[in-house]
Design a binder for this molecule. Structure first.
Ligand code: PEP
Ligand code: MN
Length: 337
C-alpha cells in the first residue's frame, strides 16, 4: 500500500502517518518526491484497511499496490530517481558512462587505462578487486590491494569508483574504498548480501541475474530499498538464451519497460551482454537510443593479455570512438553525454 501525502502536507502530518503505520506493527518508508511525499507500507501479510489512514491530516490518497515490488515502483515515486555516485549524477539529463577493465590487475594497468578512459570522457571508473569467476583456478582479483589501487585511480583522475562486492564478509571493506558497490549478476539473488548492502549508505549498481525475470530483478532492488538504501542503479547485462553467436542476449527491451514501471535509473552493459568487442559499439548506440541512463563498458589496453574478459574489452581508442558517437546520439533522444 502507498499513502500519498498532499503537496501541502507538513512534516508533522508525515510523522503522524508514519506513527499510525508503525502502530499497526508495519514498516513505513517515506519517499520524498518533487511534488509530494509518498509513504510505502510494507510488512503486512494480507491487505491493510485503507480507512485507517485516509482521514489523517495531509493524506491525499491511499493506493493499494498490486505489484509485488512497491518502493521501486513508479506508483511510489513519479519522478525519476537520480543517484549521485561520488558527485556524478546517474539517471539525470546526462548519460553516465562507467568504464574500465574487468579486473584490476596491477597499479600500472589500472592507472594507464584510467587515464585513457578519462580522456575519452568516461564519467565513472570500474574495475573488479574481488572477481566472481566460474573456475576456482581463474584469477580471483587482487582483493584489498586492488581496492587500494582503485583509490589511487580516483585520486589521480577524479573519477568515482564502481567495484564489485562479492560477499557479506568483505562488504564493509569494499565500501571503505568504493563510491558505488556493484552487485553482480551471480549475486542478484544473494538475499543476505542484498539485506546487508541495503543497510549501508552507499550507492549500489545492481546487475540483472543471467536468467532473472524483470519481476525478480526489481524484487532484488526492492530488498535494497526496503532496508533503507534508495541509491540504486539497475544494470541490464544480458541473459542466457539458446543463442550462440553472442555470450549473452542483451535484452534492451527492459529499458523502456523498467522506465515505465520503476523510478530507478538503468544502465546497459553491452560488454558482458555480447562478450565480443566488435558488438559493443553497435549495442551501445542501440542502448542510448532505447533510453538507457548510461553504459558500462569494459576497456583494456592489452586485451590479449587480460586476466579476465579480454575478448569483450574495447581498446582505449575504440572507447574514445564510442564516446564520440554517444555524444552525437544522446541529443537525438533528449539527453547529453
Ligand atoms: C563484471 O562487471 O565484471 C561482471 C562480473 O559482471 P556480471 O556480474 O554482469 O557478469
Ligand atoms: Mn567482466
Amino acid at each position: 500500500m502507498l499513502i500519498v501525502m498532499d503537496s501541502a502536507a507538513t512534516a508533522d502530518d508525515v510523522r503522524r502517518v508514519i506513527e499510525a503505520v508503525e502502530g499497526l506493527g508495519l514498516q513505513a518508508h517515506a519517499i520524498p518526491g518533487a511534488q509530494r511525499t509518498a509513504i510505502g507500507v510494507t510488512g503486512n501479510r494480507g491487505s491493510v484497511e485503507s480507512a485507517s489512514f485516509e482521514n489523517l491530516p495531509g493524506v491525499a490518497e491511499v493506493i493499494p499496490v498490486t505489484a509485488p515490488y512497491k518502493l521501486v515502483s513508479r506508483e511510489a515515486k513519479r519522478e525519476d530517481t537520480v543517484v549521485s555516485i561520488g558527485g556524478v549524477a546517474v539517471g539525470g539529463h546526462r548519460v553516465a558512462v562507467v568504464a574500465g577493465p574487468c579486473a584490476v590487475e596491477s597499479e600500472k594497468q589500472a592507472l594507464d587505462i584510467a587515464r585513457q578512459v578519462c580522456a575519452g570522457g568516461a564519467t565513472l571508473y570500474r574495475g573488479g578487486a574481488f572477481k566472481p569467476r566460474t573456475s576456482p583456478y581463474s584469477f580471483q582479483g587482487l582483493g584489498e590491494a586492488g581496492l587500494k589501487i582503485l583509490a589511487k585511480v580516483r585520486e589521480e583522475t577524479g573519477l568515482p569508483i564502481v567495484t564489485e562486492v562479492l560477499d557479506t564478509d568483505t562488504a564493509e571493506l569494499v565500501a571503505e574504498y568504493a563510491d558505488c558497490l556493484q552487485i553482480g549478476a551471480r549475486n542478484m539473488q544473494n538475499f543476505a548480501l542484498l539485506k546487508k548492502i541495503g543497510r549501508m549508505r552507499k550507492p549500489v549498481l545492481l546487475k540483472r541475474g543471467m536468467s532473472a525475470t524483470i519481476e525478480e530483478f526489481l524484487l532484488s532492488a526492492e530488498y535494497l530499498l526496503s532496508e533503507g538504501n534508495y541509491e540504486v542503479v539497475l544494470c541490464e547485462r544480458g541473459v542466457r538464451t539458446f543463442a550462440n553467436h553472442t555470450r549473452n542476449t542483451l535484452d534492451l527491451s527492459v529499458v523502456p519497460y523498467v522506465k515505465r514501471i520503476s523510478h530507478l535509473p538503468i544502465l546497459v552493459d553491452p560488454s558482458h551482454g555480447t562478450g565480443k568487442r566488435l558488438k559493443v559499439l553497435p549495442m551501445s548506440r542501440a542502448a542510448i537510443a532505447a533510453g538507457s541512463d548510461g553504459l558500462l563498458i569494459e576497456v583494456h589496453d592489452h586485451p590479449e593479455a587480460a586476466l579476465s574478459d579480454g575478448p569483450q574489452a574495447l581498446l582505449p581508442e575504440m572507447f574514445a570512438q564510442l564516446m564520440s558517437e554517444v555524444r552525437l546520439l544522446a541529443p537525438v533522444v533528449g539527453r547529453t553525454a
